[in-house]
Design a protein around this ligand. Structure first.
Ligand code: G6P
Length: 445
């Protein structure tokens, strides 16, 4: 099970001040449990893991199997919370060179609908020209422009290439039960569809079909992923004492750091497979807490890669940052540094050591250097990268976010600020219904 170590923050904030959050954290836990916090119509994620039924998982696996049997490539179309969770889990669990492997035991998973890059979409549609492909169209609102645009292209191409009947079989929708264009299309075309519950917001939806279906198609065990989340739901529960509750401690520590001028949290990994876990986490915390002129800025780096780019800033730049390191205890594979008779590269001092030992010393050395340089450090230990651990990690972050947003005093579950760019974009594109805004915005250009 994952664990949290906050010892290396205590040169910067005091143990007593973190412990003093106990009562407020209890209040947060109660407010989440009783549904009395702000945004209380979006608390469906709280006990989601333990409420997932075997039947639901079987339904997802059966649909995944249809896609696996009929597709060489599956495009997951979605953005934000309808994209990052699936990508985070799939990349954390996949072989890094899966693209290049001839023999695959699952369709290649590609992503679309998370940008409006013409070249990206052109190159994707070109690549798909001789492929048997399917699409999972994911959008809670069912109206997000980026996703809808990509889906329009992919739907047409799939129908043209594979025929209407096969397209119906290999296109699946994950969307609202009733509202939105994605629902209308799915119902009209007769696609298999899954519902995103009303009370689960996008960034908390990875354990709904939004994440579970693509993850199952990619060949990973969603039973174990959910089991890991269930375990963390218990470990972070309202009945678990403050000092033993990782979500409570993480939420309290980051709020205390923030109060002491540490306005930026950098999520750090020492494993490139976790890059998209960082990205998922940025949305979770950024959209949940960045509002009302408040909120820790969630940043992220991949080490040791970024020690050679961002390392200088972190070591000696403005002291407004702290780090949270996701440390994977055991790699999946074993690789030792070979010895070399000539030792031209001078690396024989590493001969016989596992590559991970070198990585771990980089991690430890970095922690000590950054703490010495004035950067508080928290460490989240993950036993290994498997479904169970990742499921636990995701739920841990969700629960801590629910508590942390409450401590900050914001509505953790809305994102009103995201609408501003959309309104301008629609006005600039002359979307019907935006006539007044179009006139006003053009006058400003
Ligand atoms: O799932 P969708 O409705 O397409 O939304 C996708 C994403 O875009 C929105 O603008 C929100 O800011 C995100 O919270 C959401 O996850």
């Amino acid at each position: 099970m994952i664990s949290l170590n906050i010892e290396k923050t205590f040169g910067f904030i005091s143990k007593e001040n973190v412990a003093a959050y106990e009562a407020k954290v209890k209040e947060a836990q109660d407010a989440l449990e009783n549904g009395t916090c702000k945004g209380n119509d979006f608390l469906g994620w709280l006990h989601l893991p333990s409420s997932i039924t075997k039947e639901h998982l079987e339904d997802l696996k059966a649909t995944a199997q249809i896609l696996r049997e009929n597709c060489e490539v599956v495009i997951v179309a979605g953005i934000g919370g309808s994209y990052l969770g699936a990508r985070a889990v799939i990349e954390a669990l996949s072989n890094s060179f899966i693209w290049l492997q001839e023999k695959k035991n699952a369709p290649t998973i590609l992503f679309a609908g998370h940008n409006i890059g013409e070249d990206y979409l052109y190159e994707l549609t070109e690549y798909l020209k001789d492929k048997k492909f399917g699409v999972i169209n994911i959008s809670k609102s069912g109206t997000t422009t980026e996703t809808a645009l990509a889906f329009r292209l992919l739907k047409k191409q799939c129908e043209d290439q594979r025929g209407k009947e096969m397209a119906k079989k290999v296109i699946v929708a994950v969307t609202d039960a009733k509202k939105g264009a994605a629902r209308t299309t799915a119902d009209k075309e007769g696609y298999k569809s899954f519902i995103i519950p009303d009370n689960v917001g996008g960034r908390f939806s990875v354990l709904t079909p939004v994440g579970l279906l693509p993850i199952a198609v990619a060949g990973f065990d969603i039973d174990k992923l959910v089991a890991g989340a269930v375990e963390m739901e218990k470990a972070c529960g309202a009945d678990v004492p403050f000092e033993q509750n990782p979500a409570a401690l993480y939420a309290a520590t980051r709020n205390e750091l923030y109060k002491n001028g540490k306005k930026i949290e950098i999520l750090v990994n020492f494993n490139p497979k976790l890059h998209y876990v960082n990205e998922w986490w940025k949305q979770l915390y950024g959209e949940s807490e960045g509002k009302e002129g408040k909120g820790i800025f969630p940043a992220a780096v991949d080490f040791s890669t970024d020690l050679h780019s961002m390392g200088q800033w972190i070591q000696e730049g403005e002291r407004t940052i702290y780090e949270t390191v996701i440390s994977v205890e055991q790699p999946t594979h074993k690789l030792e540094v070979p010895s070399d008779a000539e030792n031209l590269d001078g690396l024989n001092f590493l001969a016989g050591k596992r590559v991970d030992e070198v990585n771990k010393m980089a991690e430890l050395g970095t922690q000590l250097a950054h703490v010495d340089g004035g950067v508080p450090n928290m460490r989240i230990s993950v036993p290994t990268l498997n479904e169970k651990c990742i499921g636990g990690l995701l739920y841990f972050f969700e629960k801590a976010c629910g508590i942390s947003g409450y401590l900050l005093g914001v509505n953790t579950f809305n994102q009103p600020g995201v609408e501003a760019y959309k309104k301008n974009m629609f006005a600039l594109l002359n979307k019907p219904g935006y006539e007044e805004e179009s006139k006003a915005i053009r006058a400003r250009l």
